[in-house]
Each structure stands twice: as C-alpha cells, then as structure tokens.
Design a protein around this ligand. Structure first.
Ligand code: SAM
Length: 283
C-alpha cells in the first residue's frame, strides 16, 4: 500500500530533479499512473525515485505514462459538426486565422481540423500550431503517420456523422485528397501539402511560457485540463485568455468546463467559449 505522502514526495522530487511538475495534476489519475509504472517496471517507490534522479530516458517514459495520449481523428464527431457552424461567421472575414492546439498529442486533432479548414476554403489563411509535453507524440505529429485500420473506421464514422448533419453544405469528405492509404504497411499518412502547414513544438503548458508571439483566433485544448486540479485549470484559463483576440474561440473537451473567475470572461456558444470584449468605460 502506498500512502498519499509517498505520491506527493515523489512528485516533489520529480519537480526538483527534472523539468516536469505534475504536483497539480488531479490525484486520482496520478496515483493510478504511478502505481502502473511501479507494476510495469517491477520496482519500489524508492527505486522509482532513484531512477528518476539519474536516468533521463526513464524520466521521459514516466512523463509518457503520466500524461494520457489517447486521441482520434475527428474525435467526438458531433463536436466537429457543430463547431464550424458557430465559427464560420466569426472567421470568414479574416485575412489571417491563428489556431493553437494545446495538448495536441500525435496531431490527429490538428489534421482533422486542417481537413475541415481545407473543405471550407480557409487553408491559405491559416497559421496552425500544435504543442504537447510529450516529445514522442510531437515526433509522430510531424510524421503524420497513423495505423490504418482503426483510423479508417474513424474517417468512415465522421462521414456518417456528416451525412446526418452536414457542415455548411459539406455532407461527405473524400479523404483520399488528404491521406495516402497503404494496406500492406497498415498505415495512413497525411499528404505532404497538409503536413507542412502546422508547426509542432514540444511545450509544457504548466511550466513554460507560451512559445508563440502571436495571439490566437481559436485555441483547442481538448481532453487535457481534465487531468489537472481546479487551481491549475484556472491558471491555464488565464493563459489562454491572455493569448486570445477578443471574440476568439476556445474549445475544451466534452467533459471539461470552466468555473471560477474566468467563467465571467467568456460567453458560451454551443461547445465554444468565446472571449468577451473588455471595454473600459470613462465617466
Ligand atoms: C488525452 S490527450 C488529448 C489529445 C487531443 N487534444 C484530443 O482531444 O484528442 C492529452 C494530451 O495532453 C498532453 N499534456 C498533458 N499535460 C501536458 C502539459 N503540461 N503540457 C502540454 N501537454 C500536456 C498529453 O501529453 C496528451 O498528449
């Protein structure tokens, strides 16, 4: 049995000896993940601590275990079909559209979005950034290469969702425009013209300054904050708020919401949080 203090002590040591700070991740998921590491490597908490202090490669593996990388192409299809109905009028007149996918994992969310932007005719106006704490995920995002079978099913599911609820008249996407499919290799690779658009960067949302100079029209941060405690979530809402244009859009995951002070700084439009204009009245 591992006590609460042992977990906390471990996170303190991890923070001291590595660039990572998971002390404000929610207890449940952290405890489960650390227990899994101990079991998989068949080590004690003391041995985990020693390896963390001395073995950088091992630390990266710990980070991979602690951060959950699950993602899908067109994850939650019904969100994608409603988001662009809401976004379209807000971005259609813009010359440049800046988009940040914070916690983008292996890039599937970024490419899903780029495909929709292409179908809607926005591709030549977008600057798209994807960031994640996990270096392996960022490498995969840059390659844009994924397993065929599962992802093909996702694409078919998305076309089915589109048939039911078209996005501004788009009721089917021909995915051969965007991917090379290779059955013998069991792979699906994003075509080069699309792959060269996003700028992927390893970045820790908790510890590091935002690595971009520009402000954003749209920020995606889906299924990331759910692993953080309320105080860390608030810090990130401030960060996103500072980094967005007034009227900019923030999309969170299906099971994530906003509470506290920053709730008053955004209005809700369907699944989107829209940054309020802040006026300073002079009397
Ligand atoms: C469950 S995935 C979600 C991926 C994608 N947004 C989606 O919804 O399909 C969560 C991602 O957040 C990343 N993450 C967790 N903590 C992070 C941090 N402090 N900074 C940046 N990314 C982080 C993880 O590495 C992981 O890839």
């Amino acid at each position: 049995m591992i006590g609460e203090t042992a977990f906390r002590d471990y996170l303190d040591e991890l923070k001291k000896h590595t660039p990572y700070d998971f002390s404000e991740y929610s207890d449940n998921s952290i405890h489960r993940r650390i227990r899994k590491i101990l079991k998989d490597y068949d080590i004690t908490m003391q041995q985990l601590l020693e390896k963390t202090k001395t073995d950088e490669d091992f630390v990266e593996k710990v980070v991979e275990e602690i951060t959950v990388n699950t993602t899908e192409l067109f994850r939650d299809p019904e969100v994608w079909t409603s988001v662009y109905d809401k976004l379209y009028s807000g971005i259609k007149g813009k010359k440049n559209i800046n988009i940040w996918h914070a916690g983008c994992s292996s890039g599937m969310e970024v490419y899903s979005n780029l495909i929709l932007l292409s179908e809607l005719g926005f591709l030549d106006r977008v600057k798209v950034y994807g960031s994640d704490i996990n270096a392996r995920m960022i490498r995969q995002a840059k390659m844009g290469k994924y397993a065929l079978k599962f992802n093909l099913a996702q694409l078919k599911a998305f076309n089915k969702a589109l048939k039911k609820k078209p996005i501004l008249g788009i009721s089917e996407i021909d995915f051969t425009k965007y991917f090379d499919f290779d059955e013998s290799e069991d792979s699906l690779v994003v075509k080069e013209f699309l792959r060269k658009i996003p700028w992927f960067v390893k970045h820790d949302l908790v510890q590091e300054e935002v690595p971009f100079y520009n402000k954003f029209d749209i920020i995606f941060c889906r299924n990331v904050l759910i692993y953080f405690n309320a105080s860390l979530q608030s810090k990130l809402f401030k960060r996103f708020h500072d980094q967005m244009f007034p009227g900019g859009y923030l999309l969170l995951g299906n099971h994530e919401g906003m509470s506290g002070f920053y709730k008053t700084k955004f209005s809700k439009n369907g699944p989107l949080f829209v940054k309020n204009n802040s006026f300073h009245f002079k009397y």
